[in-house]
Ligand binder design. Sequence first.
Ligand SMILES: [Zn+2]
Length: 364
Amino acid sequence: MLIWLLLTWAALAGELRVHMLDVGQGDAILIEAPGDKRVLIDAGTGKSGVSDLLKKRGIDSLNLVVATHPHADHIGGMAAVLKTFDVGMYVDNGMTHTTMTYSRTMQALEKRGVNYRAAVVGRTFNVGDEAKLTILHPRQTPLKGTRSDLNSNSVVLRLVHGRVCFLFTGDAEDPTERDLMNRGLKQCDVLKVAHHGSEHSTSDSFLRAVQPQVALISAGSGNRYGHPDPHALRRLEHAGVAIHRTDQRGTITVTSNGKTFSVTADGEAPRNQEASAEATALKPDDAKPAPTPSMAANPVNINTATTAQLDGLPGIGPSKAAAIVGYREQNGPFKTCSDLTAVYGIGAKTVAGLADRCITEDIQ
Ligand SMILES: [Zn+2]
């Protein structure tokens, strides 16, 4: 029965693709999710031509754009992206920078009237009907006094598509990794290696917490920083992680069907991987009697869901569903799923049980 459910669920689910674009020494990641939703995380350097790379892939609009932090190898191409494409929403880490690149980005944002949000931990976005993107970092009080506060406060995101999980880390460094682990970082299958594989990130303990199967590294061939660092590579190898590098293979694409995923580089055959056993155990939800298989994986937006939809969530019965709707009508939308604890009758345990189902925002 369980196998049938899983097979049916996988057949009904669409494919999600994550492209780590070959932008040389920088980051630019395009997510194409079922339901024709597109997210861009970072935009490479000004010279990397991200807008052209996106146009070549037939992209004409982006539902969500995230700037992990305001360094030029991440937002260098951002002003051009904002001028070229219709962008539904723009999220950054809320930190300003003194460079022309940063000012140009903010000017483009204002000129195009793009909906702007500073990252809030726990804010979750529905990316189409099947994928959910959650902000894990930075916290409201940013990390201070680190080797690079801009890097350490990179926006960190977790993308979940069925049983397949992706972790995007920007240029996060050791202090970020420790902060994430202190807050209970979960296992995740595909790791976007932080800071181009620098020595200051990807610690052994972080790898033990995340247990990734695949690591994606974006670095420019022969770059002057020596990225990726040999020690970071060794740590990944010791942890048994398959490493894929843009400086060696060009643009790398991970394709997920919600159950398994494969990794390809431009022009190469796919390498299949199963999602991990731990992630497998999460779905479908065995605790509930026979929901339709595709629905079992779908997140629910607590700001727009009906009482009937909320009632279907684990740990939420009809009275709690009504209390959520009542609270929302009185106090406005929930910023994060943790805010549900403000609703009478809902505690931290219930909220924890909703972790993989609750979202607070649909991207348009
Ligand atoms: Zn960088």
